[in-house]
Design a protein around this ligand. Structure first.
Ligand code: HMG
Ligand code: MG
Length: 298
C-alpha cells in the first residue's frame, strides 16, 4: 500500500545551483525560493554554509536566507559541515541543518576532506548545538548506491552510517544516490536494510537522475514505505565532487507521478513549472524536466 501523503523536499536552490559555474545573483536565488515557497513546499533546502573555496556558488547563502519571504509552514534548511557552518546557519535563521557524510570512505575524503569516522566526530558538536537551539537535524548519506571512486557500496555500509546519524539525534536521514547508478531492486534492498536502524517514515530518498532511474527508484521506495523524497525544480544540478553526476530528479516529474498516483503533496505543480521555467530562462537553457516542459508548452 502506497502512502497517502508524501513530503517532497525541494533541493534545487542548494543541490541544484551549487555546481553552476557562473555566479548567480542572490536576487535570482531569492526569487526562485520565493516562487517555490508560494508553491507550498513544506521544506526547501535554500542554503549551504560550506567553505566558499570549495563551493563558490553557495557563498551568497547568508544573503539568500536574509532576503527570502518565509512562508508559514515551510522549513528552510541549510547544509552545515561543521560548527562554523552551524553558526552561520543559526544566524541566518535556518530551521533545519543538514550534516552530510557518505557510505563510501573515498567519497567522504573528496567531498568533506575527512574520513566517515572523523565526520561523525565533527558532527557531535553540530548535533548538540542544533538540539540546544531547537533546530531540526537532518543527516545526508552520499553514495548509498555506488561511489564514483570506489565503485560498489554495500547496503550494510549505508546502514552503519544511518545508525551513527541516528545516534547523533537526527530527525530525518537522507539516503542519497549521488551518481544515480541505483536501480529499483537495489534501492528496495538498501531501504529495507536501513529500516532495521531507523524508522522508514523518517528516511528520505535523494536520487540524482544521471542514469534515468530516479522515478523508478522513487516508485520502488514508495513500495517499501518511504514517504519523503528530494527533488530539484527543472532537474537542476550535479555534485561538484561527483564527476559527470547530473541533477536531482526533477520536482515537476516527481509531482506528476505522485499526483497521478493520488498521493497528496500539498504542492501546486503549475507554480513549480513556472518556477522551473523562470530559473531555466535565467540559466539560458531548457528545463531538464519532461513534465515541466510538457506542461509549460500547453
Ligand atoms: P577543510 O579544508 O578540511 O577544513 O574543509 P578546515 O576546517 O581546515 O577549513 C579550511 C578553510 O575553510 C578555512 O579557511 C575555514 O575557515 C574555511 P581559511 O583559513 O583557509 O581561509 N571553512 C569554512 N568557511 C565557511 N563555512 C564553513 C567553513 N568551514 C571551513 N562552514 C569542509 C572541510 C567540510 C569545510 C570543506 O571540505 C567543504 O566546505 N566542503 C564542501 C563540501 C560540499 O559542500 N559539497 C557539496 C554538498 S554535499 C552534496 O551535494 C551531496 C548531497 O546532495 C547528497 C548527495 O547527493 O550525495 C547532500
Ligand atoms: Mg545531491
Amino acid at each position: 500500500k502506497l502512502p497517502e501523503y508524501v513530503k517532497v523536499v525541494e533541493v534545487g536552490p542548494r543541490d541544484g545551483l551549487q555546481n553552476e559555474k557562473e555566479a548567480i545573483p542572490a536576487e535570482v536565488k531569492i526569487e526562485l525560493v520565493n516562487r517555490l515557497s508560494s508553491a507550498g513546499f513544506a521544506n526547501i533546502e535554500a542554503a549551504s554554509f560550506v567553505s566558499p573555496k570549495w563551493v563558490p556558488q553557495m557563498a551568497t547563502s547568508a544573503e539568500v536566507m536574509a532576503g527570502i519571504t518565509r512562508r508559514e509552514g515551510t522549513i528552510y534548511s541549510a547544509l552545515t559541515p561543521n560548527m562554523k557552518g552551524f553558526e552561520a546557519a543559526l544566524a541566518a535563521g535556518a530551521a533545519e541543518v543538514v550534516i552530510f557524510s557518505s557510505a563510501s570512505e573515498a567519497f567522504a575524503q573528496k567531498n568533506i576532506n575527512c574520513s566517515i569516522e572523523e565526520s561523525i566526530a565533527r558532527f557531535q558538536d553540530v548535533a548538540a548545538a542544533a538540539k540546544a537551539n531547537g533546530i531540526r537535524l537532518r543527516g545526508s548519506i552520499s553514495c548509498s548506491f555506488g561511489c564514483p571512486y570506489q565503485g560498489a557500496v554495500e547496503p550494510a555500509a549505508v546502514a552503519d552510517v544511518v545508525r551513527r546519524m541516528r545516534d547523533l539525534g537526527c530527525d530525518e536521514i537522507d539516503i542519497a544516490d549521488t551518481i544515480g547508478t541505483g536501480t529499483a531492486r537495489h534501492v528496495q534492498q538498501v531501504m529495507q536494510t536501513v529500516a532495521s536502524e531507523f524508522p522508514l517514515t523518517q528516511i528520505a530518498g535523494h536520487f540524482h537522475d544521471t542514469y534515468g532511474q530516479a522515478l523508478a527508484n522513487i516508485y520502488a521506495s514508495l513500495e517499501t514505505g518511504v514517504a519523503i523524497f528530494h527533488s530539484s525544480v527543472a532537474g537542476l544540478g550535479g555534485c561538484p565532487y561527483a564527476k559527470g553526476a547530473t541533477g536531482n530528479v526533477a520536482t515537476e516529474d516527481v509531482l506528476y507521478l505522485l499526483h497521478g498516483l493520488g498521493i497528496r503533496t500539498g504542492i501546486d505543480l503549475d507554480q513549480v513549472v513556472d518556477a522551473g521555467q523562470f530559473i531555466s530562462a535565467h540559466l539560458g537553457r531548457p528545463a531538464a524536466s519532461r513534465a515541466g516542459n510538457a506542461l509549460a508548452a500547453k
